[in-house]
Design a protein around this ligand. Structure first.
Ligand code: KG4
Ligand code: ZN
Length: 340
């Protein structure tokens, strides 16, 4: 089955073609057109600006991907239906509906978070079920127990800021351009992670929830007070490394604790923050040490941040299971939930 994927939930316009051959995935094309340069000027994403850019970018991107004008060879169209920014989501959903109608092909509305989970299916071996997923993006931080394709249980979630949001807010406090996550990752490589003892919120709590707003406040206070005890600010590399260490400690500790309780066959990392070098390494090491026999799956960086291949992948499994929405009733749903 060949699936066209379309993603416009946030600040990347993306188009992809993915083949699903009895569960084995192959990315035929995956194109991403980023709007980060525009939003960086505002220090964050402006929904109406994002939507206008999606309108301009989507059809040229479909052309560039070589999508046949009559839809020949495409078996289904998968599009991100939520969660995300409504004006942005609508561009992809309406375009996908129009193509599905014109080509008379099935339309599959995909949850963006489900898409992120499937970014781990582009590498082999693929995660075995049940799998415990740590999903860390700009808008979400969740632990999800994947029992099978399409069967998810929410194990824990952030009570305030998402991990990516914490990276971006800390970046802003340190005067780094938006988005702060990739910049902190890079600067931290030359920093000392033990330079500043930032808090590890909820790391020892008995549940599997997260909280990052206190950590962001700790960075704000540190910067405002000019360092600890009037000693002046540490090097920006040391602040980045220390902040990142706190986030990674919490994410890894909670994931291992949840895996110890839920006993999955595999652990997988997904979402934009899965591009983080330290998190990728530390989670792999922790799983190998604490969970013998459990495999750890980390997506290629290109598929960790927003893309349409992951949407096509998730859509291909839903289309195979014939578990999808009626094309003409599909609407963008900004609060779409993956699991209760
Ligand atoms: O999944 P994603 O591309 O979009 C959402 O669905 O939110 O995630 C974007 C988030 C941003 O907060 C960005 O700063 C963060 O992922 N991010 C990173 C890295 N690359 C992207 N955070 C830390 N280290 C990175 N290398
Ligand atoms: Zn995302």
């Amino acid at each position: 089955m060949r699936v066209l994927g379309i993603e416009t939930s946030c600040d990347e316009t993306a188009v992809a073609l993915v083949d699903n051959d009895q569960g084995a995935l192959r990315v035929v094309t995956s194109l991403v057109s980023s709007q980060i340069d525009i939003h960086a000027k505002y220090g964050g994403i402006v929904p109406e600006v994002a939507a206008r850019r999606h309108v301009d970018a989507l059809f040229p991107l479909l052309e560039e991907a070589g999508i046949p004008h009559d839809g020949a060879g495409i078996d289904a169209i998968a599009v991100t239906a939520g969660p995300g920014l409504v004006p942005a989501l609508r561009v992809g959903v309406e375009a996908a509906k129009a193509l599905a109608w014109a080509w008379k092909k099935p339309l599959v509305g995909v949850n963006h978070l489900e898409g992120h989970l499937y970014s781990a299916w582009f590498s082999t071996p693929t995660p075995a079920f049940p799998s415990l997923a740590l999903l860390v993006s700009g808008g979400h931080t969740e632990l999800i127990f994947m029992k099978d394709h399409g069967r998810y249980e929410l194990v824990g979630a952030t009570r305030d800021d998402a991990a990516g949001e914490a990276f971006d807010k800390a970046g802003k406090l340190l005067g780094l351009p938006y988005p702060g996550g990739p910049k902190i990752d890079k600067l931290a490589l030359d920093g000392d992670p033990s330079a500043i003892a930032f808090p590890r919120p909820m790391m020892e709590s008995k549940d599997f929830d997260f909280s990052f707003s206190g950590l962001k406040t700790a960075v704000a206070v540190y910067v405002k007070q000019g360092g600890l005890g009037g000693q002046g600010l540490a090097r920006v590399e040391d602040i980045c490394a220390s902040f990142q260490e706190a986030v990674v400690d919490v994410l890894v500790t909670k994931t291992i604790a949840a895996a110890t309780r839920y006993r999955p066959a595999s652990v997988l990392l997904s979402g934009g923050v899965a591009a983080n070098e330290t998190l990728r390494t530390r989670l792999g090491e922790a799983v190998a040490k604490a969970l013998p026999g459990v495999t750890c799956h980390v997506p290629e960086r290109a598929y960790a941040t927003d893309n349409a291949a992951m949407i096509a992948a998730a859509g291909s499994f839903r289309a195979t299971a014939k578990d999808f929405t009626d094309p003409l009733t599909l609407e963008a749903d900004p609060n779409m939930r993956l699991a209760a």
